[in-house]
Design a binder for this molecule. Structure first.
Ligand code: NI
Length: 218
């Protein structure tokens, strides 16, 4: 099977699996990450076959929906790619990226090593900030039963993946514990540039949120 056919079949497989999902990890998230990744990947002259397969499969079984188990995603991706008879080296690279791509806490260093991994990580992180990031964060908070905000619950800096994934903080806390940190964690220059504007928009949103919360706009 040629590379375009593998990508097309993978696209259909992921679309069927994630269509209609309501926590912000739906097919359209994957679609945006795939487009972001192609754009950044071309700029960075990355291997676009690896980049596209990893972007399409990166949330096929995210740990957030599998009791914190981050081994199911790579396993499902491997099974799928083996079925399509993709070469072994490509499969291992893609599975490694899927395993390492997600944010695991402010104090936890990312394990991403290859250019293709960096591209996909940036593409995914761009979709976690800006207007879409705000929308997705509240959708995810609702899915997890989180409060929007509570002045009684303080922000934390998570030093381990266990701490991060078991946290019960509010959705507004999540901005301080993850989203506002992302602009400085981008790997590529092009993503850093895009992130700047999206970051400013989140800061404006938060300023406005607290202004209304405190009745300072009366
Ligand atoms: Ni994602």
């Amino acid at each position: 099977m040629d590379q375009d056919a593998v990508i097309n079949q993978t696209k259909e497989y992921v679309r069927k699996k994630l269509e209609g999902e309501s926590s912000g990890h739906d097919w359209w998230h994957i679609y945006r990450v795939w487009k972001n990744a192609l754009y950044i990947g071309k700029e960075e002259k990355a291997d676009l076959y690896i980049v596209q397969l990893s972007a399409l499969l990166h949330d096929i079984a995210d740990w957030k929906f599998h009791d914190g188990d981050d081994s199911i995603g790579p396993k499902l991706a491997r099974e799928w790619l083996e079925e399509l008879q993709v070469e072994g080296l490509v499969i291992s690279h893609v599975c490694q990226i899927i395993k390492d791509v997600s944010f695991k806490g402010a104090g936890v260093k990312s394990q991403i090593k290859t250019l293709e991994g960096m591209v996909v990580q940036d593409a995914d992180r761009l979709d976690a900030i800006g207007a879409i990031g705000i929308a997705r964060t509240f959708a995810y908070g609702g899915y997890k039963g989180r409060e929007l905000y509570s002045p009684d619950i303080k922000n934390k800096k998570h030093e381990s993946f266990d701490q991060y994934k078991n946290d019960k903080g509010t959705t507004i806390n999540h901005f301080y514990e993850k989203l506002l940190l992302l602009k400085d964690l981008m790997n590529t220059e092009i993503a850093k540039k895009i992130a700047k504007d999206r970051h400013v928009y989140m800061e404006q949103f938060l300023a406005r949120f607290f202004k209304e919360w405190n009745g300072e706009d009366y």
